[in-house]
Design a protein around this ligand. Structure first.
Ligand code: NAP
Length: 500
């Protein structure tokens, strides 16, 4: 079934032709264009495999043109007074809010998020944009005197400013194609960069809508490009382009590694995969722990980088925990069509192919001795909320990032073993620790080699002004409102040598 939202078509008409299903234009140099490639890629809804729309695959020449225009436009954009850039971003937030329902419906069809989760992504994006625009006003440079350092007198002064990198390539993932696009585009633009935005294929239609909103809010021609085409089709050309100064990427760790290898000497800001652990101390508040495990493991069908993927505790604690988790799944989760209000947390995963891969990993774990105590079955692109016990940390179900509604229970002899397991993983995004003794949690947190430890709460990105980062293969650099603004700019110093 084709997307048939009705609220604000006029604004978005320009994005596509009148064919069924519509073919979407790409955005470059301030206009909506048809690619000379003749190549397209279809976006299939995970709900029912229908074609939501068709994206064009831009050519290398079109990429060159867009990046050249972005380079030229950047200089003037950086000179535009900050207060004007701030106004434009507040307008972006307003336009997002104004089109909230339309964008929500589109997200539901395009990536299969439940209606409430999609709505919250859109609302959060508007709030984030406003917050960025407010926070940027407090980013300021400094001056340094020279005589602090031995051997120097007061003869010099350094004037240090935050300046733009130049052209930032922003690559967003399918699971938050609006929010994690804006979380890169907005700070990059506020700090005076121009942006070449490559949306994910699935989520690409939503990404084009977002680009239209930036255009409508007043971002000048050339400052923002939205270049469509599959990562495997246009990705290498984009990331290795000599005129791209910085890459802000969110996606799979393997994609991140491949991009990093092709982008030598470019500034990188990467958010990658995670297989986040929950560690339950014997004194934990079991009601809270159970609810957080279910919410953290199954929201958006487990397709969040911060989703809980495994639970570590001693056998006695797991014995108490498990029946409560199974009971709570019945209350908090209802798998189904994400357009229906009756569906709770678990809709389809992003594609039939992904669902089949997840099914394979579950079956493999079972062959290796794991036991399915809940769920475990696939229907089309839908994977039942699944709990596995008797899991070993070396099994792929834990050590690979399984991007679906699957949580593994692993018995450990003590909390030290839990630390060793977490620290032996390839990923290091977040972990959470449940204990009524927050002091013990605070002492334990530094032992875990991850970007963030949550005490008595499931892993999550927000609130968005908190620092957000991953270690090991989970990322490079730090994001979060102020941290993103700093990351999207570099320091430039001018040293005044005072007349003698
Ligand atoms: P993905 O397959 O790595 O794709 C991410 C983006 O990279 C998409 O736009 C994709 O385009 C593009 N891409 C693929 N190959 C490329 C290449 N060779 N060069 C340049 N770009 C390329 O990830 P995903 O499946 O969309 O997203 C899920 C992953 O993102 C999970 O691993 C999740 O943990 C991670 N994630 C991390 C965070 C975090 O904050 N740490 C947040 C959200 C998601 P196409 O779609 O066209 O292939």
């Amino acid at each position: 079934m084709l997307y048939t939202g009705t609220m604000t078509e006029d604004l978005f008409d320009i994005l596509h032709n009148t064919a069924t299903p519509p073919v979407y234009r790409y955005f470059s140099g301030g206009s909506w264009k048809e690619s000379a490639s003749g190549k397209t890629t279809s976006v299939y809804s995970p709900i029912d495999n229908s074609v939501v729309g068709i994206l064009q695959v831009v050519t290398p020449k079109e990429i060159d043109d867009a990046i050249e225009t972005a380079c030229n436009a950047q200089r003037e954009w950086e000179q535009t007074p900050l207060n004007q850039r701030v106004k434009i971003m507040h307008l972006v937030a307003d336009w997002i809010r104004h089109n909230e329902q339309y964008l929500t419906d589109l997200l539901v069809m395009e990536i299969g998020k439940t209606a409430s989760e999609a709505k919250s992504e859109i609302a959060r994006t508007a709030d984030l944009t406003d917050y960025f625009a407010d926070e940027v006003q407090s980013i300021r440079g400094e001056t340094l005197d020279s005589d602090n350092f031995p051997g120097y007198d007061k003869g010099r002064i350094a004037v240090i400013e935050h300046v733009a990198y130049g052209v930032v390539l922003s690559i967003a993932p399918f699971n938050y194609p609006v929010n994690l696009a804006a979380s890169k585009i907005v700070p990059a633009l506020l700090m005076g960069n121009s942006v070449v935005f490559k949306p994910p294929t699935q989520g690409g239609i939503s990404g084009l809508h977002l680009a239209r909103i930036f255009e409508k809010a007043g971002v000048p021609a050339g400052v923002l490009t939205c270049a469509t085409g599959g990562g495997s089709q246009i990705g290498d050309y984009l990331v290795s382009h000599p005129k791209i100064d910085m890459i802000a990427f969110t996606g799979n760790s393997d994609t991140g590694l491949a991009i990093a290898a092709k982008a030598p000497m470019k500034q990188l800001l990467f958010e990658c995969g995670g297989n986040n652990a929950t560690i339950v101390f014997p004194d934990a508040d079991m009601n809270l722990t159970v609810k957080e495990i279910v919410k953290g493991g199954f929201s958006y069908a487990g397709q969040r980088c911060t989703a809980i993927k495994y639970v570590l505790s001693t056998p006695g604690v797991l014995e108490t925990l498990l029946p409560q988790v199974l009971e709570t799944i019945k209350e908090m989760v209802a798998m189904g069509d994400p357009r229906q209000d009756s569906t709770k947390l678990v809709g389809p995963v992003i594609s039939l192919a992904t669902a089949k891969e997840i099914e394979e990993v579950i079956l493999e774990a079972v062959k290796e001795g794991a036991v399915v105590v809940s769920g475990g079955h696939r229907r089309d692109a839908y994977i039942e909320p699944t709990i596995l016990t008797k899991v070993k940390p070396s099994m792929n179900i834990v050590s690979k990032e399984v991007f679906g509604p699957v949580v593994s229970f692993i018995a450990v002899s003590d909390m030290d073993e839990a630390v060793r397991i977490v620290n032996s993983q390839r990923f290091g995004l977040q972990a959470c620790v449940f204990t009524k003794d927050e002091g013990a949690g605070l002492k334990y947190a530094p032992l875990l080699n991850v970007g963030t430890v949550q005490i008595n709460g499931s892993p999550q990105r927000g609130p968005d002004h908190f620092p957000f980062l991953g270690v090991k293969h989970s990322g490079v650099g730090v994001q979060g409102v102020r941290y993103s603004l700093e990351a999207m700019s570099r320091l430039k110093s001018v040293v005044i040598n005072k007349p003698q």
